[in-house]
Design a protein around this ligand. Structure first.
Ligand code: APR
Length: 235
């Protein structure tokens, strides 16, 4: 029985029309993350930050899962043990039918109240009120995502490392592997004996330790991954 673990980044949603963060056309080319994706930025100007998230939510709402999202959902159905760890907050893996998902950086469709702590899905798009107010106490809501300088949920992180350390096959798709602790998961998997497959049109710090490098976009690359898993008998 093969334990298949996957780590995805923004690159897997690029073919859904959602810009990545780094590289040409990336969000951090147009915006300064310290102005929009930090707790300080939010406390300084919650309206500005929410306007940016509302725009991203509207764009994501129009997006559909890519071929790569769908192939991952198919692999999960055929695998005996499958865990999808994603850095993405767009919810497209869920929409494609993936089930066993660990969202390292939260979810753009969830909000969290700074006053009462309530956490819930708020999917209205565009938002009627910016910044949105808590349905329960009227307090200020924030996107339930992990910003720069913030800790990841310790339980989420523990589960991600637990699965990575026990992976027989670890597949990394569409991440520049420069943001930690996410970027450490494939390294830990490899250190514990996993067969490491990378799908990315460009070189990353993981490329030198990968057993197989598929220099393709996610859609084409995931077709090849499916074939490799079949050839190896992992699915
Ligand atoms: N298919 C596969 N990979 C692609 C494609 C594609 N069509 N297009 C681009 N890529 C690759 C790029 O080569 C790059 O390596 O996807 C990667 C995107 O890297 P980033 O933009 O840095 O996104 P990601 O790695 O997910 O960023 C990690 O940083 O800003 C924070 O919290 C944010 O979760 C994000 C984290």
């Amino acid at each position: 029985m093969s334990r298949i673990v996957v780590l995805t980044g923004a690159g897997i949603s690029a073919e859904s029309g959602i810009p990545t963060f780094r590289g040409k056309g990336g969000l951090w080319e147009k915006f300064r993350p310290e102005e929009l994706a930090t707790p300080e930025a939010f406390m300084r100007d919650p309206r500005l930050v929410w306007r940016w998230y509302d725009e991203r939510r509207q764009m994501i709402k129009r997006a559909r899962p890519s071929e790569a999202h769908r192939i991952l959902a198919r692999i999960e159905q055929e695998a005996e043990h499958f865990v999808l760890i994603t850095q993405n907050v767009d919810g497209l893996h869920q929409e494609a039918g993936s089930r066993n998902i660990i969202e390292l950086h939260g979810n753009i469709w969830r909000v969290r109240c700074l006053s009462c702590g309530q956490r819930y899905y708020l999917e209205e798009t565009p938002l009627r009120e910016i910044p949105p107010r808590c349905h329960f106490c009227g307090g200020l809501l924030r996107p339930d995502v992990v910003w720069f300088g913030e800790m990841l949920d310790p339980d989420v992180l523990e589960r991600a490392f637990y699965e990575s350390e026990r992976a027989d096959v670890f597949i990394v798709v569409g991440t520049s592997a420069v943001v930690y602790p996410a970027a450490h998961l494939p390294v830990v998997a490899k250190q514990h004996g996993a067969f490491l497959i990378e799908v990315n049109p460009e070189d990353t710090p993981l490329s030198e330790i990968a057993d197989v490098i598929i220099r393709e976009k996610a859609g084409t690359g995931m077709k090849r991954v499916y074939e490799i898993l079949k050839e190896r008998g992992d699915i």
